[in-house]
Write a protein that binds this ligand. Structure first.
Ligand SMILES: [Zn+2]
Ligand SMILES: [Zn+2]
Length: 246
C-alpha cells in the first residue's frame, strides 16, 4: 500500500499492491502539465487506486485526461482511452516516491537536449505507454563467406559442442542451426560478404525496437524481409528480428 496527496491536501489517494510499471515521459505535454523538465509516472489498475477529494480534469487531447488539484495546482494523474481501466499517477504526488524506481524513459527523442539522467534504463525515442520492453539477445549468426555450409557448420558444431540441426528445405540451403542448451538461437550461415559473427536482437515490435536503438545511437543499414540490419555506434552490424515464441 502506498499513499499520496497534493500540496494543499484536498486530494489524497491510496494505492494497493505493486505498480504495473514506472517510467519517465519526456513529451512536451507532460512537461507542461508537470512544470518539470521531465515527468515520471507510476501506473496502477484503476480498481487499485482510491481517491479522497475530486481532482479537476482536463482533456489535453482526444481520449486523454490529465488531472490536478483545482485548489493548489498539483499534478495528479494521466489517463488515456487507449489503456482503459488504468491510471498513471505522478510519482511526485506520492508520500514516498523513493519507493518507486523508474524502469524506462519514453518519448526520449523529445527530451530537452541538455537534460539527461545518469541511469542505464531503456530509452524509447517515442513509444506510447506502456513502454515497450527492450529487445533481448536472441542469438548469434556465424556468417561464413563463400563456404561449404555443411563443412562450416561441422567445424562450429564441434568447436562449440553444439549438435547441428538441419532446417527445412527453403532455409536448409542457407543456414544450419546449432542447438544451444541455453536457448540462444545460433546458426551458421553462408554469405557473400566477408566472414564475421553478428548478433540478433529480438522484439515483439521491431519498429519500436529499432527506434529505441536509434535513440541510443545505432543506425539503420537495410530492411530485409521483416527484420532490420543495424549498425552499432561502435561499428558492429546486428539484426533486429521479430520475436517468435519458442
Ligand atoms: Zn491541492
Ligand atoms: Zn508524456
Amino acid at each position: 500500500m502506498a499513499s499520496g496527496h497534493c500540496l494543499c491536501g484536498r486530494i489524497r489517494f491510496v494505492t494497493e499492491g505493486e505498480p504495473q510499471w514506472v517510467a519517465y515521459c519526456h513529451c512536451p505535454s507532460c512537461r507542461r502539465h508537470s512544470g518539470a523538465p521531465v515527468a515520471c509516472f507510476v501506473n496502477f489498475p484503476l480498481e487499485r487506486v482510491r481517491f479522497e477529494g475530486e481532482p479537476a480534469r482536463y482533456a489535453s487531447s482526444p481520449g486523454v485526461t490529465r488531472s490536478h488539484c483545482a485548489h493548489c495546482g498539483t499534478s495528479i494523474a494521466y489517463e488515456t482511452a487507449g489503456r482503459r481501466g488504468e491510471i498513471d499517477l505522478y510519482l511526485s504526488a506520492f508520500a514516498e516516491p523513493e519507493r518507486f524506481e523508474p524502469q524506462a524513459h519514453v518519448y526520449f527523442g523529445e527530451r530537452l537536449p541538455w537534460f539527461d539522467t545518469r541511469d542505464r534504463l531503456p530509452r524509447a525515442a517515442v513509444t506510447e505507454f506502456p513502454p515497450t520492453p527492450p529487445g533481448r539477445l536472441a542469438g548469434f549468426i556465424i556468417d561464413c563467406q563463400n563456404a561449404d555450409l555443411q563443412a562450416a557448420a561441422a567445424f562450429w558444431s564441434a568447436a562449440l559442442g553444439m549438435p547441428m540441426r538441419q532446417l527445412p528445405d527453403e532455409e536448409g540451403g542457407k543456414y544450419v542451426r546449432l542447438v544451444d542448451a541455453g536457448g540462444l538461437h545460433i546458426e551458421v550461415q553462408a554469405v557473400d560478404h566477408p566472414s564475421r559473427v553478428h548478433l540478433d536482437i529480438a522484439s515483439e515490435d521491431v519498429e519500436a525496437e529499432v527506434r529505441r536503438l536509434e535513440a541510443l545511437g545505432a543506425t539503420r543499414v537495410a530492411q530485409v524481409h521483416s527484420w532490420w540490419v543495424m549498425e552499432a555506434p561502435t561499428g558492429q552490424r546486428f539484426c533486429v528480428v521479430r520475436a517468435v515464441l519458442p
